[in-house]
Design a protein around this ligand. Structure first.
Ligand SMILES: Cc1ncc(COP(=O)(O)O)c(C=O)c1O
Length: 465
């Protein structure tokens, strides 16, 4: 790589070009500066010095207010597996408008049963609760599990994220191990850090120790099979099998949060490829088709904790916008489409992602840039994940790719290059990436993959030596 001074100069040049090319976005950003606590309404979408603002989005790309078309590998926080505004889904929305059932009526419709039966067919789960966001789904699922087990401790993975809800804000970015949980949100009761314990992913020894120490107190273990917040680190099959064994032994409700992984590599949950049966599963993102929706699926005996036949039940299903008719219609059409086109969609997405991953590695190596690309499976029965990030490695000696938490360790990984510089550099070349790479969807053609590979080549030649 170039030396520190050359890189600083390179970044300064990029920012100047960016300010010129995206000047209208800059103007809108500056107009909104004092409305929101983080300068923009959705901080996950912002960027220093300012984010691009868009006017429209279609298929593989978005059009910014500056008139710049960006080939998009972020795709609605990963919910648009068919690309932006897929016609099958926008037609479904139009038909709801035509039939006067586009907005919330506050009545039940036949759509709820139709969607539940699709979930049952694709997941084999018995019972369902629908809600409006992944955050609520994981929070309700946790409450159901705690109510069922009558225990109060929640176990999660270091570096895991389940939305900004009270049981998910520990050990997200700066975890320090099982006995030192770091509460990363204020505004919660003082002793809240005692409600959640964390273990590192793929570490069977730490997992066993944790269960030996507090297995009897744990009511819920919530985890992802691919740690999204840690840049898509895949769980090992033997780790997950041990998780299932221990949770059964200790009577712990196992929640697999499939917000990112669900319907991503097959028309159903990823847990099937891990050969386990969770107690509860949460789905959102892909199955929503881009509308606000999420689902808790699971064993009837646990979901029954929400039943009004109980004296005190889990309040997991109220909400003005629950079962919004347009969200349900779009979810139905999305799942149907994914089931009908399963063989056409998934193998091709995975193949394109593998091409991208391999080419990126070769290019960075050619220019002496040390990187690691996340999302790789180490089991033949589980494909590489179609979402990946590029970690620019700062300290090769100390960097350990098996440790998910290294993703946020600024001493080992250059987070500025990954989260900011490459994003700006590639936007100047007409491509929008997330953490250096992002998601490959059905909307991306082989040509789109080649475009991103060529952009990597240019970027690497600018940054490397
Ligand atoms: C694994 C996981 N769970 C839960 C959530 C929260 O979902 P939502 O943003 O729909 O509230 C997210 C969001 O990114 C997620 O990645």
């Amino acid at each position: 790589m170039k030396d520190k001074i050359q890189i600083e100069k390179y970044i300064e040049d990029l920012e100047n070009q960016f300010k010129n090319k995206f000047s209208k976005s800059k103007e809108i950003f500056e107009q909104g500066l004092d409305y929101f606590p983080n300068s923009v309404a959705q901080p996950a979408r912002t960027l220093k010095p300012f984010p691009p603002f868009i006017e429209s989005a279609s298929g593989n790309s978005v059009m910014t207010v500056d008139g710049v078309e960006l080939l998009d590998f972020w795709q609605g926080h990963f919910c648009n597996i068919l690309g932006h505004n897929h016609p099958v889904l926008t037609e479904a929305i139009s038909s709801n408008i035509t039939n006067n059932c586009a907005l919330q009526s506050g009545f039940l419709t036949p759509l709820e049963n139709e969607l539940a039966s699709l979930f049952r067919k694709t997941t084999n789960m018995e019972s369902f609760i629908f809600t409006t966001s992944g955050t609520l789904a994981t929070m309700y699922a946790t409450m159901l599990g705690l109510s069922y087990t009558k225990k109060s401790l929640v176990l999660k993975l270091e570096g895991g994220w389940h939305g900004a809800q009270p049981w998910s804000v520990t050990g997200v970015k700066y975890p320090e191990g099982i006995n030192k949980n770091v509460l990363e949100s204020s505004g919660l009761p003082e002793d809240w850090d005692e409600q959640v314990v964390t273990v590192p992913m793929n570490d069977i020894e730490a997992l066993t120790k944790c269960f030996d120490k507090c297995g009897d107190k744990i009511g819920v273990f919530i985890l992802e099979l691919v740690l999204g917040n840690s840049g898509m680190v895949m769980a090992n099959k033997d780790f997950i099998k041990e998780v299932r064994r221990l949770t059964e032994q200790y009577g712990v409700v196992l929640i697999i949060d499939e917000m990112v992984t669900g319907f991503r590599v097959r028309a159903g949950g990823l847990y099937k490829l891990y050969d386990i049966e969770p107690d509860l599963v949460t789905f959102g993102k892909v199955v929503t088709g881009g509308m606000p929706f999420a689902c808790i699926a699971g064993k009837r005996k646990i979901i029954e904790e929400a039943s009004s036949s109980k004296k005190i039940r889990v309040w997991a299903d109220s909400g003005t916008f629950n079962c919004h008719p347009t969200s349900l219609r779009v979810a139905i059409e999305t799942i149907k489409y994914l089931v009908e086109h399963e063989q056409e969609i998934y193998p091709s997405i995975i193949k394109k992602m593998n091409t991208l991953r391999n080419a990126c590695k070769e290019i960075m190596c050619k220019y002496n840039i040390d990187i690691d690309i996340t999302g790789e499976s180490n089991d033949d029965s589980i494909p590489n994940f179609p979402i990946g990030t590029i970690r620019f490695i700062k300290d090769k000696e100390k960097y350990d790719k098996t440790k998910a938490i290294n993703h946020w360790n600024g001493d080992l990984v250059d987070t500025n290059l990954r989260d900011r510089v490459i994003r700006i550099a590639l936007m100047l070349k007409g491509i929008y990436v997330w953490q250096g790479m992002g998601v490959v969807t059905h909307s991306h053609s082989e040509d789109d993959i080649i475009k991103l590979i060529s952009a990597y080549e240019e970027f690497a030649s600018e940054l490397g030596n």
